[in-house]
Structures are given as structure tokens and as C-alpha cells.
Design a protein around this ligand. Structure first.
Ligand SMILES: Cc1cc2nc3c(=O)[nH]c(=O)nc-3n(C[C@H](O)[C@H](O)[C@H](O)COP(=O)(O)OP(=O)(O)OC[C@H]3O[C@@H](n4cnc5c(N)ncnc54)[C@H](O)[C@@H]3O)c2cc1C
Ligand code: SF4
Length: 461
């Protein structure tokens, strides 16, 4: 039975909705929601605090373990993480944890408090969830921490790692390839899902304790030897996944062929006055592209996917929103050619019909083209949104091991094969692909680097 609650009379009306939602929580003994948060937020605790009207305590509980708590409150796929096994679902509906998280921090900001991760007097014991198990770590030897650590990449993994190390007493210098910090948050996630003003102000606060070198790419002009010469005692690599997968199809050279990143991060396509477009792929990036196209006035947006609905990789919520916005889905079809007009512009996309085949190595049903069945869809634009891979050539050339899928190989402490070099976030692959997991990796790497440097110091004494 849900606990009996009494709502404080003094509670402002906007708080009451959140209060009622929090009050539905069953206060489970061994809460599945806690095991579902990779960053280790004590979800059950912050909901309990919220149900008692303790908004500031709730924000503190969230931000002590996730400096990106507010951003995750906007875009975390909570349906597949903390809310997935919520016990309240058995009584009808899971607790809306993501909205409560966003609400608690927004209310706290409204009351004038800044990010609690940065303003707490001490770095709290950090919790991380590894394979469904909550692990707690209270960093020791903090008083003796000193030295310089390099972080490569300013996405959520790099920023989180840098922030924790600064709080532990290290000097951190961060190198970022572009002139904008935030990684995929700033270059990819559209503003209809994550408000740009909120993002800008959060990134500004989170980057404030770090020394950041913008427009400086690791690999070409800066290598591990250069960092060591500059006195860096450890390095955290968090450069993400940025190489777009593009199929080789006749017609790719036509005007009007783009990639997901060109749509999500560049402005120049907007003036083109396009009325119909095909998006190839059906993952989350494809959903963001399709909705961005509609938002910019493209009237007909088709999503083309070669497998069955069961194999779709986009999150249910993203897909549902794309569908509600008017995106037209075509499943079991494979683009085979693009046709152009006399001016060299895309006129249509030709697709073969496909049929499901046996399970492939990813555990999903494969597909095969059905001979003799194809169709032509008239469109003025084609966008490839088939996911991303890493670009590890420069890391490999410096001796860092990369697996056959192109991800940097790490052990459970996120250490690479090179002494003092750690890696995390999207760059290490398997099970990544969310901001909250990048935050979790940033935390884990910072604590491992602290242990590594403490050990080195003891050995040097
Ligand atoms: C379109 C899109 C939508 C998404 N939507 C969501 C969502 O709704 N919810 C969610 O949780 N996740 C979402 N994600 C995934 C999420 O954004 C990533 O998993 C997360 O940002 C990974 O963090 P990261 O720090 O590992 O890498 P990134 O965020 O990719 O950051 C890496 C940083 O390293 C920099 N860099 C790269 N190479 C170098 C170099 N050689 N030298 C220096 N710097 C370099 C890059 O410029 C970048 O700033 C989305 C991703 C995309 C592409
Ligand atoms: S699993 Fe759901 S019901 Fe149980 S403590 Fe967590 S939020 Fe509350």
C-alpha cells in the first residue's frame, strides 16, 4: 500500500502536482529505481524528500551524484533506466522520476541555489551503478591530492571527470576540439528537447572550475608525449562518437543529400525551402532529424528503415513524439539508389522491399532484399542518420588498444593499456549512448585516476 501522506497547507500550487506524484512512490525496501540509474542517484531518497516538501534536500540528493542532474531531468531515457522496473508500474503507472528530478532542481534554482555538486562544502561519497549493483566510493587521501590531469573532450564524460578531480584537489586542463563545450549536448540534441538557455547556463556553471583549451584537437597537434612533457600525470580520453555511417548508394553526390549532423548542427540547409525529405535510419538521431525537418517547415518527412518494428533502436518516447509530430514511417525497405533531376538535385529515392531473416550477431533479426519488389518515393532531400562510430586512428597510433568495433579497450577501472591513460563515455562503446552513462563513466574514471595517482605518490615516497 502507498504510504499515507498529508500535504503541508503552505505548499504553493505548482509544488502540489509534484508532491502528489512523489507521494505515489511505494518506498520499496530494495528500490529497483536506484539500480536503474547509472550515475548512482539515490532516486528513492530524493522522491521521499520531495513527498515531504523538502525540495532543496531532493535537489541536493540528485546533484551530489550527478552534476548534470538538471539536463538529465530533460533528456534522460528514464523509461529504460530508473523507471523501467519501478514497482509502482504494477499498480498502473511507473513514477515519473525524470519529471520529478527536473522539477526538484528547477525549483531549487528558482529559490536561488546553484548546482549542489559544486556548492557542497565537500565532495560527497560517490555512488555508481555497475551491472545493476550500486557501488559507493568515499575518496580517501584527498588532503594529499595534487598534480595535473588532462581531460580530452568536453562532453558530459569529460566535464564530470574534470569536476570531480578539481573537487579532489587536482589541477585539471581540458582540451576540446571545437570552440563550444558540451559535446553532443551542444552539437546534436535539438532545442525542442533540451532548452538552449538551460543548457548554456548549466554548461557555464559546470565549466567554471576548469581550465579549458578550446579549438585544440588531441591527436594531430597534441599527443600523449606532449601532455606528459607539460607535466600531466594522468589523462582521461572522452572524445565520443562522431564518425557518421554513410552507405554507398548511387546518387550520393546529388544536391540535397545530407547527414544527421549537417541537419542537427548546421544552419545552411534551412534556407533551401525543401518540402519533402527522406530520413534513412530509425535510431534516436533519425527521430531528432525527422522532427527538426518538420520544425523547419518540411511538409512531408519519411523515415525509411530496413528491419521490422521490433528491431527499431530509437527509444519509444522519441518514436512516439516523431509519429505524433507527423513523421511517416516506412519499415522493411532498403534505399538502393537516389535519382536526380537535370540540375543535379535529388528527385526521388528508390527502395527495395525487404523481408526479415534469421537473427544476426547483434541478436536482432537480419533482413534481405526481396527480388522484384521496389518503390520510388519522390523527395527533394535525403538525410542519412544511420548512427555514429568512433575515430580512433590517432589514439591507435599512440599505442592505445582499440577493439574490432572501433571502441577504446578499458578494464573495469576504465584504464586503457597505456599507463596513466583512462577512457570513458561513448568512446568505449558497449552500453553507452546516454548522457547519464557518460556522467557515470566520468565519475568512475575520476575516482580511478585519484586512486592511481595516490598509489603513484605512495610508491614515490
Ligand atoms: C542526435 C543525438 C541525440 C541524442 N539524444 C540523447 C538523449 O536524448 N538523451 C541522452 O541521454 N543521450 C542522448 N544522446 C547521446 C549522448 O549525447 C551521448 O551519449 C553523450 O553526449 C556522450 O558523452 P561523451 O562525453 O562520451 O561524448 P560527447 O558528448 O560526444 O563529447 C565528446 C567531446 O569530445 C570532443 N572531441 C572529439 N574529438 C576530439 C579530439 N581529438 N580532441 C579534443 N576533443 C575532441 C568533441 O568535440 C566533443 O565535445 C544523443 C546523441 C545524439 C547524437
Ligand atoms: S521503484 Fe518506484 S515505487 Fe519503488 S521506490 Fe523507486 S520510485 Fe518508488
Amino acid at each position: 500500500m502507498p504510504p499515507t501522506v498529508s500535504m503541508p497547507n503552505s505548499m504553493p500550487p505548482r509544488l502540489k502536482g509534484a508532491y502528489w506524484e512523489a507521494a505515489r512512490c511505494l518506498r520499496c525496501c530494495d528500490p529497483p529505481c536506484n539500480q536503474g540509474c547509472p550515475a548512482g542517484i539515490d532516486v528513492a531518497r530524493f522522491i521521499r524528500q520531495l513527498s515531504k516538501g523538502d525540495v532543496s534536500g531532493a535537489a541536493d540528493t540528485i546533484e551530489r551524484d550527478n552534476p548534470f542532474g538538471l539536463i538529465c531531468g530533460w533528456i534522460c531515457p528514464s523509461e529504460v533506466l530508473c523507471q523501467k522496473d519501478c514497482t509502482a508500474r504494477k499498480l498502473g503507472r511507473a513514477i515519473d522520476i525524470r519529471s520529478l528530478q527536473r522539477f526538484a532542481i528547477e525549483e531549487n534554482r528558482r529559490a536561488g541555489s546553484s548546482n549542489r555538486f559544486l556548492t557542497r562544502p565537500q565532495l560527497a561519497e560517490q555512488r555508481i551503478v555497475v551491472e545493476g549493483q550500486v557501488k559507493r566510493e568515499a575518496p580517501t587521501n584527498v588532503a594529499a591530492s595534487s598534480g595535473l590531469v588532462a581531460v580530452i573532450g568536453s562532453g558530459p564524460a569529460g566535464l564530470t571527470c574534470g569536476l570531480i578531480l578539481v573537487r579532489l584537489g587536482y589541477r585539471v586542463e581540458l582540451w576540446e576540439k571545437t570552440d563550444t563545450i558540451g559535446g553532443r549536448l551542444s552539437h546534436g540534441i535539438p532545442s525542442f528537447r533540451l532548452d538552449s538557455a538551460v543548457l548554456r547556463s548549466e554548461l557555464e556553471i559546470l565549466a567554471s572550475p576548469l581550465i579549458i583549451h578550446r579549438s585544440r584537437a588531441f591527436g594531430m597537434e597534441l599527443g600523449l608525449d606532449d601532455l606528459r612533457r607539460q607535466g600531466c600525470q594522468a589523462v582521461f580520453l572522452a572524445t565520443g562518437k562522431w564518425r557518421e555511417n554513410i552507405p554507398e548508394i548511387p546518387g550520393n553526390q546529388l544536391i540535397g543529400v545530407s547527414t544527421a549532423d549537417q541537419i542537427l548542427t548546421q544552419e545552411d540547409w534551412k534556407s533551401a525551402g525543401v518540402k519533402s525529405a527522406a530520413v534513412v535510419g530509425a535510431g534516436n538521431a533519425a527521430m531528432d532529424v525527422a522532427r527538426s525537418l518538420l520544425a523547419e517547415g518540411v511538409e512531408m518527412v519519411h523515415v525509411l528503415y530496413r528491419r521490422t518494428p521490433k528491431e527499431l533502436t530509437s527509444w519509444d518516447e522519441e518514436r512516439e513524439e516523431a509519429w505524433q509530430a507527423g513523421v511517416i514511417f516506412h519499415l522493411l525497405c532498403l534505399p538502393v539508389a537516389l535519382e536526380g533531376d537535370s540540375a543535379g538535385r535529388v528527385r526521388s529515392i528508390v527502395c527495395a522491399r525487404t523481408a526479415p531473416g534469421p537473427l544476426d550477431s547483434s541478436g536482432r533479426r537480419s533482413f534481405r532484399a526481396v527480388e522484384g519488389y521496389s518503390f520510388e518515393l519522390p523527395v527533394e532531400m535525403v538525410v542519412y542518420a544511420l548512427g555514429y562510430g568512433t575515430d580512433c586512428a590517432s589514439l591507435e597510433s599512440q599505442g592505445i588498444w582499440v577493439d574490432e568495433e572501433g571502441f577504446v579497450r578499458v578494464n573495469e577501472d576504465l584504464a586503457t593499456n597505456v599507463d596513466g591513460v583512462f577512457a570513458g563515455g561513448d568512446l568505449i562503446g558497449k552500453g553507452r549512448g546516454t548522457v547519464v552513462q557518460a556522467v557515470a563513466d566520468g565519475k568512475r574514471a575520476a575516482l580511478s585516476i585519484h586512486q592511481y595517482l595516490s598509489r603513484e605518490r605512495r610508491q614515490g615516497e
